[in-house]
Design a protein. Structure first.
Length: 356
């Protein structure tokens, strides 16, 4: 492979792109005392948000007062699903717009959060412009709040997702991505970020545990799945290590991996989320494995985190080629029906910082 080709990763043209930005701040007693009731606080805040959003051409905006974590995925239809800990948005950025308040009667949230879903086409090319609009929105919002010097935090989430076995299904057309770092992309497009920005880049892979894999891995009377998970884990570690990928994790306990920068955040897992923490600056971290030997999961979930050494001026194309090579080696160990089973690979890019 030529040097120029190594700088890009070639992904299916059917690759999906998503971007959403959240801003939030604590709902303090001082803030709440400015209103006659909790419901009045939520209602007034949401109306103010929608008014400013329209001014800044932000057309899919949600006020969240439930303390549930927003999760965003592409879908041809727009809908929102609630669990105890998640608020899952499904939508098509090219077509769907919405303004909605998500609250629970009588429930006082720890934080007021706004979720901005990117709309339109070419989300990746327009990501910096979208982020700039949010910055301008915050500038207009803060003087209108009843409390001054509210500590607002901005989190910008971007990901692209695709079926790793798209070619086996006849989708052979690809497009080359350099996958530049978010901060460098924004700088090129004159979107200014503060110096103390936290960044995180990583890949998640979901492999469904269907009948063929069960038949390959399980004996008929298996009740303790620990040895099965250990075997899968060992093969994953071996495949990733062969491609110089050391920040890796496997989750097989029914929880969703939630990746965080352990240098900045305390990590506590919950009923729905398995916290995965890596410091991108740390050298040779230990691989992570979480599984429940008493139950068989529907999906094996894997995480590969990029370190500072994986970031180049050109982007994360080389890192993604390493990931694909490792995954190609790893999946050859299993009886996967490539023509029918989707193995979804998702490349995440996150930045976060405190608004000035």
């Amino acid at each position: 492979m030529s040097v120029s080709r190594q700088k890009k990763v070639y992904l299916p043209t059917a690759t999906r792109k998503n971007q959403y930005i959240t801003i939030g701040f604590p709902l303090t007693d001082e803030y709440l005392n400015a209103y006659s009731s909790l419901e009045s606080c939520y209602d007034s805040f949401s109306k103010l948000v929608y008014q400013l959003a329209e001014k800044h051409e932000l057309y899919n905006v949600h006020v969240v007062a439930t303390d549930k974590l927003p999760m965003v995925r592409f879908h041809s239809e727009a809908y929102c699903l609630n669990s105890n800990e998640q608020l899952r948005f499904f939508y098509n950025p090219a077509h769907h717009e919405a303004n909605r308040l998500h609250s629970i009667p009588g429930f006082r949230a720890r934080k007021l959060r706004i979720v901005f879903l990117a709309t339109g086409n070419d989300l990746r090319s327009n990501a910096a412009n979208f982020h700039s609009k949010i910055q301008q929105f915050i500038t207009d919002l803060t003087p209108l709040l009843p409390v001054k010097d509210v500590p607002i935090k901005i989190r910008d989430h971007q990901h692209i997702s695709y079926d790793f076995f798209a070619k086996a299904k006849g989708l052979k057309e690809t497009y080359g991505y350099k996958l530049r770092a978010v901060d460098s992309r924004y700088q090129r497009r004159h979107c200014q970020l503060p110096e103390n920005v936290s960044t995180l880049n990583y890949v998640t892979i979901n492999i469904p545990v269907d009948r063929r894999i069960k038949k390959q891995l399980l004996a008929n009377d298996t009740v303790d799945f620990g040895s099965v998970y250990q075997t899968v884990y060992d093969k994953f570690i071996q495949a990733t290590k062969s491609k110089q990928l050391s920040r890796v994790a496997m989750v097989a306990n029914g929880k969703l991996p939630l990746v965080r920068n352990s240098k900045y955040e305390q990590l506590t897992s919950t009923d729905e989320f398995q916290m995965i923490g890596f410091d991108p600056h740390a050298q040779s971290p230990e691989p992570i494995g979480h599984w429940d030997s008493n139950k068989l999961v529907d999906v094996f979930r894997f995480v590969i985190v990029a370190g500072k050494s994986d970031e180049t001026d050109e982007g994360y194309g080389r890192f993604m080629n390493q990931v694909e090579d490792a995954l190609r080696t790893f999946t050859q160990e299993f009886d996967i029906d490539k023509e029918h089973v989707d193995v979804i690979l998702r490349f995440h890019q996150h930045i976060s910082y405190k608004a000035q």
